[in-house]
Design a protein around this ligand. Structure first.
Ligand code: FES
Length: 290
C-alpha cells in the first residue's frame, strides 16, 4: 500500500514542481511585506507550528457530516451548521499552512504543493455540498456525494501533508534529537586575529566537538549559538548580524544571540545557545546553556 501511494505521489512531480514554483512566488510576495502576520500564522508566539494545531479541527468536524447524512439529516440545520463550521476551520488551517508554505524548498515544496492542491479541491467540494444543502430537497443526493468525495480528498491531502512533516521534516526543529549535555568542551574558532582573539563584532564559525557554532565576540564576552538554523538547517554563520540577533541566510529567521530566542520566523523554535569562556591555556571552551 505504501509503495502504491509513494508511486502515485511521485507521479505528480511533473506538474507540482512548476506549480509549486509559481505559487512560491506569489505566496512569498504576499507574506514578505507582512512578516508579523506570517509569524502569527507560523506559530512563533506558540513555539509550535500553528498549522499542525488547526488541521485536526476541520477533519474531525467534516467527518461528522457523514453520519448525519447516513441518518437522513442531509438538509437539517445541524448538518449545515457542522458543514459551515468545518469549512471555516479549513480556511483557518489553510491560512496557517500558506504561511509555512511560503518558506518551503525542494521536495518539501513539491509535496506541500500537492497537499495544498488536494485541500483546496476538498474545500471546493465541501462548499458545493454546502450550497446544494441550501436548495430544495432533490439536491440532497448530490450534496451527500460532494461531501463524501470531499472527505476522501481531504483524507488524501492529510496523508500527503503527513509526509511533508514526518518524512521530509518540514517545520520540524532541526535540533529535536540534539542532546542537552552541558559539559565544557574545547571550542575551535575558524578564525582568530593576530592576538589569538576571535574577531570582534562579526559572525565567526566555531567547532565544538561534532557541533558547528556561530560565534560573536563583544569585548570580553563571546556569544554562541548552534550554527544550524532550527527551521531548515541554514548556516547562521553565513547570515548577517542585526543588532543583538543573527539572521539566517535561507529564510531570514532571527535569533537573539544571548539566549537563542527566536525573534522572527519562519522558525517557531529557539536556537540552542552556548556559554563560552577562556581556558587557562589561552584557548576557548564552551557548553550548552541549560
Ligand atoms: S533555514 Fe529557514 S530561516 Fe533558517
Amino acid at each position: 500500500m505504501d509503495r502504491l501511494f509513494g508511486r502515485l505521489i511521485a507521479a505528480q512531480s511533473r506538474w507540482v514542481r512548476p506549480f509549486g514554483e509559481f505559487n512560491h512566488r506569489w505566496v512569498h510576495a504576499l507574506f514578505g511585506p507582512i512578516p508579523t502576520i506570517r509569524d502569527l500564522l507560523n506559530g512563533r508566539w506558540l513555539g509550535h507550528p500553528l498549522h499542525a494545531v488547526l488541521t485536526d479541527a476541520p477533519i474531525g468536524i467534516l467527518f461528522l457530516v457523514i453520519p448525519f447524512d447516513l441518518a437522513g439529516q442531509a438538509e437539517a440545520p445541524a448538518t449545515r451548521a457542522i458543514l459551515g463550521i468545518g469549512i471555516l476551520t479549513m480556511l483557518a488551517a489553510a491560512a496557517a499552512g500558506l504561511a509555512d508554505y511560503s518558506d518551503t524548498d525542494g521536495t518539501a515544496r513539491e509535496r506541500a504543493t500537492l497537499h495544498g492542491t488536494l485541500m483546496v479541491g476538498s474545500l471546493v467540494l465541501y462548499v458545493v455540498s454546502f450550497l446544494l444543502r441550501l436548495g430544495s430537497s432533490p439536491a440532497s443526493t448530490a450534496a451527500i456525494a460532494f461531501s463524501v468525495l470531499g472527505f476522501l480528498v481531504i483524507a488524501a491531502g492529510a496523508y500527503v501533508g503527513g509526509d511533508v512533516v514526518y518524512v521530509l521534516g518540514n517545520m520540524v526543529s532541526r535540533h529535536a534529537f540534539r542532546g542537552a549535555g552541558t559539559k565544557w568542551l574545547a571550542l575551535e574558532p575558524a578564525e582568530t586575529d593576530a592576538d589569538g582573539n576571535i574577531p570582534e563584532g562579526t559572525l565567526v564559525k566555531g567547532r565544538l566537538g561534532s557541533n558547528a557554532l556561530v560565534l560573536v565576540r563583544q569585548g570580553e564576552t563571546v556569544l554562541a549559538l548552534h550554527d544550524q538554523c532550527a527551521h531548515a538547517s541554514g548556516p547562521l554563520s553565513d547570515g548577517t548580524l542585526e543588532g543583538d540577533c543573527v539572521v539566517c541566510p535561507f529564510h531570514a529567521s532571527r535569533f537573539r544571540l544571548t539566549d537563542g530566542r527566536v525573534r522572527r520566523g519562519p522558525s517557531v523554535y529557539d536556537q540552542p545557545a552556548y556559554e563560552v569562556r577562556r581556558t587557562e591555556a589561552g584557548g576557548w571552551e564552551a557548553r550548552r546553556r541549560p
